[in-house]
Design a protein around this ligand. Structure first.
Ligand code: AVJ
Length: 312
Protein backbone atom coordinates (compact mmCIF):
# COMPACT_ATOMS: atom_id res chain seq x y z
CA UNK A 1 0.00 0.00 0.00
CA UNK A 2 1.29 3.50 -0.70
CA UNK A 3 1.17 6.20 1.94
CA UNK A 4 1.00 9.96 1.63
CA UNK A 5 4.69 10.05 2.43
CA UNK A 6 5.47 7.89 -0.66
CA UNK A 7 3.33 10.27 -2.72
CA UNK A 8 5.04 13.33 -1.18
CA UNK A 9 8.46 11.85 -1.87
CA UNK A 10 7.63 10.88 -5.46
CA UNK A 11 5.87 14.17 -6.28
CA UNK A 12 8.85 16.12 -4.93
CA UNK A 13 11.13 14.05 -7.16
CA UNK A 14 8.72 14.50 -10.10
CA UNK A 15 8.74 18.29 -9.79
CA UNK A 16 12.50 18.38 -9.49
CA UNK A 17 13.48 16.24 -12.49
CA UNK A 18 13.25 17.12 -16.20
CA UNK A 19 11.13 16.00 -17.88
CA UNK A 20 8.73 16.02 -14.90
CA UNK A 21 7.00 12.66 -14.46
CA UNK A 22 5.05 10.86 -11.76
CA UNK A 23 3.85 7.23 -11.56
CA UNK A 24 0.23 6.63 -12.66
CA UNK A 25 -0.24 4.48 -9.55
CA UNK A 26 -0.99 7.73 -7.69
CA UNK A 27 -4.19 8.19 -9.73
CA UNK A 28 -5.87 5.55 -7.61
CA UNK A 29 -7.01 7.13 -4.36
CA UNK A 30 -10.70 6.63 -3.57
CA UNK A 31 -11.82 9.49 -5.85
CA UNK A 32 -9.48 8.35 -8.65
CA UNK A 33 -10.62 4.71 -8.46
CA UNK A 34 -14.23 5.93 -8.78
CA UNK A 35 -13.29 8.08 -11.81
CA UNK A 36 -11.54 5.08 -13.36
CA UNK A 37 -14.74 3.04 -12.95
CA UNK A 38 -16.56 5.79 -14.89
CA UNK A 39 -13.90 5.68 -17.65
CA UNK A 40 -14.63 1.97 -18.07
CA UNK A 41 -18.25 2.82 -18.95
CA UNK A 42 -17.43 5.51 -21.54
CA UNK A 43 -18.50 4.89 -25.15
CA UNK A 44 -14.98 5.78 -26.40
CA UNK A 45 -13.17 3.54 -23.90
CA UNK A 46 -13.44 0.17 -25.70
CA UNK A 47 -10.92 -1.90 -23.64
CA UNK A 48 -13.16 -2.76 -20.67
CA UNK A 49 -16.25 -3.77 -22.59
CA UNK A 50 -14.22 -5.69 -25.18
CA UNK A 51 -12.30 -7.62 -22.52
CA UNK A 52 -15.51 -8.38 -20.56
CA UNK A 53 -17.03 -9.82 -23.74
CA UNK A 54 -13.91 -11.98 -24.24
CA UNK A 55 -14.19 -13.25 -20.63
CA UNK A 56 -17.86 -14.08 -21.21
CA UNK A 57 -17.42 -15.73 -24.61
CA UNK A 58 -14.20 -17.64 -23.96
CA UNK A 59 -14.54 -18.13 -20.17
CA UNK A 60 -15.01 -21.90 -20.55
CA UNK A 61 -11.81 -22.17 -22.67
CA UNK A 62 -9.94 -20.00 -20.16
CA UNK A 63 -11.23 -22.20 -17.32
CA UNK A 64 -9.87 -25.28 -19.14
CA UNK A 65 -6.41 -23.68 -19.28
CA UNK A 66 -6.53 -22.62 -15.62
CA UNK A 67 -7.79 -25.97 -14.30
CA UNK A 68 -9.82 -26.84 -11.20
CA UNK A 69 -9.15 -25.66 -7.63
CA UNK A 70 -7.15 -22.55 -8.60
CA UNK A 71 -5.43 -20.29 -6.07
CA UNK A 72 -6.00 -16.94 -7.84
CA UNK A 73 -4.07 -13.68 -7.42
CA UNK A 74 -5.24 -10.52 -9.18
CA UNK A 75 -2.85 -7.59 -9.71
CA UNK A 76 -4.87 -4.35 -9.37
CA UNK A 77 -8.30 -5.86 -8.66
CA UNK A 78 -10.19 -2.54 -8.48
CA UNK A 79 -13.92 -3.20 -8.22
CA UNK A 80 -13.68 -6.97 -8.91
CA UNK A 81 -15.90 -6.63 -11.99
CA UNK A 82 -13.67 -8.84 -14.14
CA UNK A 83 -12.97 -11.64 -11.67
CA UNK A 84 -16.74 -11.96 -11.22
CA UNK A 85 -17.07 -12.76 -14.94
CA UNK A 86 -14.22 -15.25 -14.81
CA UNK A 87 -15.63 -16.91 -11.68
CA UNK A 88 -18.78 -17.82 -13.64
CA UNK A 89 -16.65 -20.15 -15.77
CA UNK A 90 -13.96 -21.41 -13.34
CA UNK A 91 -14.12 -24.89 -11.82
CA UNK A 92 -14.22 -24.80 -7.99
CA UNK A 93 -11.59 -22.07 -7.43
CA UNK A 94 -10.26 -22.31 -3.87
CA UNK A 95 -8.95 -18.87 -3.07
CA UNK A 96 -8.88 -15.36 -4.52
CA UNK A 97 -6.25 -12.82 -3.42
CA UNK A 98 -7.15 -9.39 -4.84
CA UNK A 99 -4.17 -7.00 -4.64
CA UNK A 100 -4.83 -3.29 -4.96
CA UNK A 101 -3.11 -0.04 -4.03
CA UNK A 102 -6.42 1.64 -3.11
CA UNK A 103 -7.07 0.01 0.31
CA UNK A 104 -10.54 1.38 1.01
CA UNK A 105 -11.84 0.51 -2.47
CA UNK A 106 -10.20 -2.95 -2.20
CA UNK A 107 -11.73 -3.87 1.17
CA UNK A 108 -15.26 -2.83 0.16
CA UNK A 109 -15.09 -4.75 -3.11
CA UNK A 110 -13.61 -7.86 -1.39
CA UNK A 111 -16.40 -7.95 1.21
CA UNK A 112 -19.07 -7.78 -1.47
CA UNK A 113 -17.37 -10.57 -3.46
CA UNK A 114 -17.01 -12.79 -0.38
CA UNK A 115 -20.73 -12.37 0.38
CA UNK A 116 -21.62 -13.48 -3.16
CA UNK A 117 -19.14 -16.42 -3.18
CA UNK A 118 -19.27 -18.06 0.26
CA UNK A 119 -17.31 -21.11 -0.98
CA UNK A 120 -14.34 -19.02 -2.14
CA UNK A 121 -11.71 -17.82 0.31
CA UNK A 122 -11.33 -14.09 -0.47
CA UNK A 123 -8.12 -12.70 1.02
CA UNK A 124 -7.55 -9.04 0.02
CA UNK A 125 -4.04 -7.60 0.09
CA UNK A 126 -3.51 -3.84 0.10
CA UNK A 127 -0.14 -3.56 -1.64
CA UNK A 128 1.77 -1.77 -4.37
CA UNK A 129 2.51 -4.60 -6.79
CA UNK A 130 5.02 -2.43 -8.69
CA UNK A 131 7.27 -2.99 -5.66
CA UNK A 132 8.13 -6.24 -3.94
CA UNK A 133 5.35 -7.61 -1.74
CA UNK A 134 4.61 -10.86 0.07
CA UNK A 135 1.76 -13.18 -0.73
CA UNK A 136 0.11 -15.34 1.92
CA UNK A 137 1.60 -18.87 1.95
CA UNK A 138 0.42 -21.18 -0.85
CA UNK A 139 -2.58 -23.41 -0.13
CA UNK A 140 -1.74 -26.97 0.93
CA UNK A 141 -3.26 -29.74 -1.20
CA UNK A 142 -4.87 -32.90 0.16
CA UNK A 143 -1.87 -34.87 -1.05
CA UNK A 144 1.75 -33.63 -1.06
CA UNK A 145 2.67 -30.15 -2.36
CA UNK A 146 0.80 -26.87 -2.67
CA UNK A 147 -1.82 -25.57 -5.12
CA UNK A 148 -0.22 -23.75 -8.07
CA UNK A 149 -0.96 -20.05 -8.19
CA UNK A 150 -2.76 -18.49 -11.12
CA UNK A 151 -2.29 -14.79 -11.80
CA UNK A 152 -4.98 -12.57 -13.31
CA UNK A 153 -3.87 -9.21 -14.75
CA UNK A 154 -6.71 -7.84 -16.88
CA UNK A 155 -7.35 -4.42 -18.38
CA UNK A 156 -3.98 -4.01 -20.09
CA UNK A 157 -2.60 -2.49 -16.91
CA UNK A 158 0.78 -3.90 -18.00
CA UNK A 159 0.67 -1.03 -20.53
CA UNK A 160 1.48 1.41 -17.72
CA UNK A 161 4.96 -0.10 -17.51
CA UNK A 162 7.78 0.80 -19.88
CA UNK A 163 9.03 -2.24 -21.85
CA UNK A 164 11.93 -2.61 -19.38
CA UNK A 165 9.56 -2.47 -16.38
CA UNK A 166 7.11 -4.82 -18.11
CA UNK A 167 9.87 -7.41 -18.59
CA UNK A 168 10.82 -7.02 -14.90
CA UNK A 169 7.22 -7.45 -13.74
CA UNK A 170 6.65 -10.49 -15.99
CA UNK A 171 9.90 -12.11 -14.78
CA UNK A 172 8.85 -11.69 -11.15
CA UNK A 173 5.32 -12.92 -11.95
CA UNK A 174 6.61 -16.00 -13.77
CA UNK A 175 8.70 -16.93 -10.71
CA UNK A 176 5.76 -16.32 -8.34
CA UNK A 177 3.37 -18.36 -10.52
CA UNK A 178 5.72 -21.29 -11.25
CA UNK A 179 3.66 -24.43 -11.91
CA UNK A 180 0.59 -22.31 -12.68
CA UNK A 181 0.19 -19.42 -15.09
CA UNK A 182 -0.99 -15.92 -15.87
CA UNK A 183 -4.21 -14.80 -17.60
CA UNK A 184 -3.45 -11.31 -18.87
CA UNK A 185 -5.37 -8.72 -20.91
CA UNK A 186 -3.38 -6.69 -23.45
CA UNK A 187 -4.65 -3.77 -25.52
CA UNK A 188 -3.64 -3.99 -29.18
CA UNK A 189 -1.98 -1.57 -31.59
CA UNK A 190 -4.68 -0.12 -33.86
CA UNK A 191 -5.91 2.98 -35.75
CA UNK A 192 -4.45 5.95 -33.83
CA UNK A 193 -7.80 7.78 -34.12
CA UNK A 194 -9.52 5.03 -32.09
CA UNK A 195 -6.76 5.16 -29.48
CA UNK A 196 -6.86 8.96 -29.35
CA UNK A 197 -10.62 9.02 -28.74
CA UNK A 198 -10.33 6.45 -25.91
CA UNK A 199 -8.10 8.83 -23.94
CA UNK A 200 -9.89 12.06 -24.96
CA UNK A 201 -13.53 11.32 -24.17
CA UNK A 202 -16.23 13.86 -24.94
CA UNK A 203 -17.51 13.98 -21.34
CA UNK A 204 -14.10 14.86 -19.95
CA UNK A 205 -13.95 11.98 -17.47
CA UNK A 206 -10.40 11.07 -18.51
CA UNK A 207 -9.41 14.72 -18.06
CA UNK A 208 -10.90 14.69 -14.53
CA UNK A 209 -9.06 11.42 -13.82
CA UNK A 210 -5.77 12.95 -14.95
CA UNK A 211 -6.36 16.18 -12.99
CA UNK A 212 -7.18 14.11 -9.89
CA UNK A 213 -3.41 13.65 -9.55
CA UNK A 214 -3.18 17.36 -8.65
CA UNK A 215 -6.45 17.39 -6.68
CA UNK A 216 -5.14 14.47 -4.60
CA UNK A 217 -1.87 16.33 -3.95
CA UNK A 218 -3.86 19.36 -2.77
CA UNK A 219 -5.97 17.15 -0.46
CA UNK A 220 -3.22 14.96 0.94
CA UNK A 221 -0.05 16.99 0.72
CA UNK A 222 -1.34 20.56 1.05
CA UNK A 223 0.00 21.65 -2.34
CA UNK A 224 -1.68 24.64 -3.99
CA UNK A 225 -2.11 23.42 -7.58
CA UNK A 226 -4.66 25.54 -9.46
CA UNK A 227 -6.69 22.84 -11.23
CA UNK A 228 -8.01 25.35 -13.76
CA UNK A 229 -4.46 26.21 -14.81
CA UNK A 230 -3.59 22.73 -16.20
CA UNK A 231 -4.88 20.98 -19.31
CA UNK A 232 -5.35 17.25 -19.81
CA UNK A 233 -3.20 16.33 -22.82
CA UNK A 234 -3.20 12.77 -24.19
CA UNK A 235 -1.89 11.55 -27.54
CA UNK A 236 -0.76 8.39 -29.31
CA UNK A 237 2.96 8.12 -30.01
CA UNK A 238 3.19 5.59 -32.89
CA UNK A 239 6.97 5.04 -32.78
CA UNK A 240 6.79 3.72 -29.21
CA UNK A 241 3.22 2.43 -29.68
CA UNK A 242 1.99 4.14 -26.54
CA UNK A 243 -0.52 6.68 -25.31
CA UNK A 244 1.16 9.44 -23.30
CA UNK A 245 -0.86 11.42 -20.78
CA UNK A 246 0.35 14.78 -19.52
CA UNK A 247 -0.86 17.73 -17.47
CA UNK A 248 0.23 20.87 -19.28
CA UNK A 249 0.46 24.28 -17.63
CA UNK A 250 -1.83 26.78 -19.38
CA UNK A 251 0.22 29.73 -18.11
CA UNK A 252 3.33 30.48 -16.07
CA UNK A 253 2.69 29.60 -12.43
CA UNK A 254 4.21 28.07 -9.35
CA UNK A 255 3.22 25.56 -6.74
CA UNK A 256 4.42 24.94 -3.18
CA UNK A 257 5.31 21.55 -1.73
CA UNK A 258 7.16 20.87 1.52
CA UNK A 259 8.11 24.52 1.95
CA UNK A 260 9.65 24.72 -1.53
CA UNK A 261 8.48 26.55 -4.60
CA UNK A 262 8.34 24.91 -8.05
CA UNK A 263 7.93 26.94 -11.23
CA UNK A 264 6.05 26.00 -14.37
CA UNK A 265 6.40 27.99 -17.60
CA UNK A 266 3.39 28.13 -19.91
CA UNK A 267 3.36 24.80 -21.80
CA UNK A 268 5.46 22.89 -19.24
CA UNK A 269 4.28 19.33 -18.73
CA UNK A 270 3.98 16.87 -15.87
CA UNK A 271 3.90 13.43 -17.49
CA UNK A 272 1.42 11.17 -15.65
CA UNK A 273 0.98 7.98 -17.68
CA UNK A 274 2.13 5.70 -20.46
CA UNK A 275 -0.29 3.18 -21.86
CA UNK A 276 1.70 0.88 -24.15
CA UNK A 277 -0.10 -1.08 -26.87
CA UNK A 278 1.19 -4.38 -28.26
CA UNK A 279 0.74 -6.63 -31.26
CA UNK A 280 -0.27 -10.20 -30.39
CA UNK A 281 3.07 -11.53 -31.64
CA UNK A 282 5.07 -8.77 -29.91
CA UNK A 283 3.45 -9.50 -26.58
CA UNK A 284 3.91 -13.26 -26.91
CA UNK A 285 7.61 -12.69 -27.61
CA UNK A 286 7.92 -10.44 -24.52
CA UNK A 287 6.17 -13.08 -22.37
CA UNK A 288 8.45 -15.83 -23.70
CA UNK A 289 11.56 -13.72 -22.94
CA UNK A 290 10.24 -13.28 -19.39
CA UNK A 291 9.97 -16.95 -18.41
CA UNK A 292 6.45 -17.82 -19.59
CA UNK A 293 5.24 -20.24 -22.24
CA UNK A 294 2.61 -18.31 -24.24
CA UNK A 295 -0.22 -20.75 -24.98
CA UNK A 296 -3.73 -19.59 -25.89
CA UNK A 297 -4.74 -16.11 -27.07
CA UNK A 298 -8.28 -14.80 -27.51
CA UNK A 299 -9.19 -11.66 -29.54
CA UNK A 300 -12.43 -9.93 -30.50
CA UNK A 301 -13.35 -9.97 -34.23
CA UNK A 302 -12.21 -6.33 -34.64
CA UNK A 303 -8.87 -7.19 -32.98
CA UNK A 304 -9.16 -4.33 -30.50
CA UNK A 305 -8.05 -6.31 -27.45
CA UNK A 306 -6.43 -9.63 -26.51
CA UNK A 307 -6.40 -11.99 -23.54
CA UNK A 308 -3.46 -14.39 -23.20
CA UNK A 309 -2.89 -17.57 -21.21
CA UNK A 310 0.77 -17.81 -20.29
CA UNK A 311 1.90 -21.01 -18.60
CA UNK A 312 4.66 -20.75 -16.03
C1 AVJ B 1 -5.82 0.91 -16.15
C2 AVJ B 1 -3.72 1.45 -17.07
C3 AVJ B 1 -5.19 0.05 -18.28
O1 AVJ B 1 -4.04 2.70 -19.67
O2 AVJ B 1 -6.04 2.51 -20.45
C4 AVJ B 1 -7.57 4.90 -18.69
C5 AVJ B 1 -5.74 3.66 -17.34
N1 AVJ B 1 -5.79 5.99 -18.24
N2 AVJ B 1 -7.69 6.13 -19.22
C6 AVJ B 1 -5.25 2.56 -19.51
C7 AVJ B 1 -6.36 4.82 -18.08
C8 AVJ B 1 -6.62 6.79 -18.93
C9 AVJ B 1 -5.79 2.38 -18.09
N3 AVJ B 1 -5.13 1.23 -17.39
Amino acid sequence: MTSSSDFAHDLLAALTRRPRSISPKYFYDTAGSALFDRICELPEYYPTRTELALLDTFGPEMAECIGAGADLVEFGAGSNVKIRRLLRALHAPRRFIPIDISAEHLMGAAQALQADHPGLQVQPLAADFTRSFELPPPLPLNGPGTAPRVGFFPGSSLGNFTPVEARGFLRRASALLRGGGLLIGIDLVKDPAVLHAAYNDAQGVTAAFNLNMLARANRELGTDFDLTAFDHYAFYQPVHQRIEMHLVARRAQHVHLAGRRFDFAAGDSLHTEYSYKYTVEGFRALAAESGFVPEAVWCDPQRLFSVHWLRS
